[in-house]
Write a protein that binds this ligand. Structure first.
Ligand code: PAF
Length: 283
């Protein structure tokens, strides 16, 4: 496996290949990321992963400075998972000057749910992903794939739309969420949890499963009954000491409130002590 730090080195290394399969990450990798790398293997002739903690997607009050940087351990794990090239640029390499041009995703998808609670988040994500795509795929001539985890459900939808609307010749592949044995979705931020909070953390996924069951049991009158069910789920989690941002059932197509007959996804975000966790299930 080759580790490169500059865009020029990356393009040189990738020049002989036609069909990169790309897994962008912010490092501090867990099995969810490694599973994406393993899934990337049959999709291209070279598997590339990036490790870059992207300042643009962090609000000033968020954890940009404390986000764990674990490059050596990440490289060891990527190599074992079959990654061929790791691109780990310094901030000055990707943003040599303040990034004045940004990708502004459509508000109807990017300003709801995560985008409502983290204003500007998806602009930061789309901007860096577009830039990483330019770095990784510029020399490609064959099929190009990029893989994102369904744990960040809205993120992979926003990126999919960006790719469609800019007619990028890239296929977006969504990988299933990986879970700990108790059901907690794997996330780099699980590291922040104290022992007691780690034991409690699974309650977010349990609350989402309960909300999903309630929603399915009134599928015919979903739009009228859903607000009360969502309120109840939020209150139940708050009663355990969480600070929920949202627990909601949406339609999978566009994450808007559903009507009877829509394909559904249940999504939630909530803070436990100082750690904000998100999760979702397609139902
Ligand atoms: O999901 C992530 O880790 C990040 O949002 C991404 C896609 C690597 C962009 O920085």
């Amino acid at each position: 496996m080759q580790l490169v730090h500059t865009i020029e080195e990356l393009r040189d290394v990738l020049r002989p290949f036609d069909a990169p399969a790309f897994v962008p990450t912010m490092g501090n990798l867990h099995d969810g990321h490694l599973n994406l790398v393993r899934s990337a293997k049959p999709l291209g002739d070279v598997v590339v992963s990036s490790i870059f903690v992207n300042r643009l997607q962090f609000a000033p009050n968020e954890d940009f400075d404390s986000y764990p940087r674990t490059l050596q351990a990440d490289c060891d794990r990527l190599e074992q998972a079959g990654c061929d090239v790791v691109f780990a640029p310094k901030e000055k390499e990707l943003y040599p000057v303040p990034q004045g041009f940004k990708i502004q995703p459509a508000a109807e998808l990017a300003d709801i749910l995560e985008g409502h609670f983290r204003p500007g988040f998806f602009t930061g994500v789309c901007t860096v992903v577009m830039k990483l795509f330019q770095c990784v795929f510029s020399e490609a001539k064959g099929p190009r794939h990029a893989l994102f985890g369904k744990k960040d459900y809205q993120q992979q939808m926003v990126i999919r739309r960006m790719v469609q609307q800019f007619a990028l010749p890239i296929t977006i592949v969504a990988g299933e969420t990986q879970r700990a044995p108790d059901g907690l979705a794997l996330s780099s931020r699980n590291r922040y949890l104290s022992e007691a909070d780690r034991a409690e953390a699974v309650q977010l996924s349990l609350a989402l499963r309960a909300l999903a069951r309630d929603a399915l049991s009134c599928a015919d009158a979903l739009s009228t009954k859903l607000p009360a069910l969502e309120d109840r789920a939020m209150h139940a989690l708050a009663a355990r000491g969480w600070m929920p941002d949202y627990l909601t059932v949406r339609r999978r197509a566009d994450l808007l409130p559903p009507q009877a007959g829509d394909e559904l996804v249940v999504l939630g975000a909530a803070r436990l002590s100082s750690t904000r966790l998100i999760d979702n299930f397609e139902i």
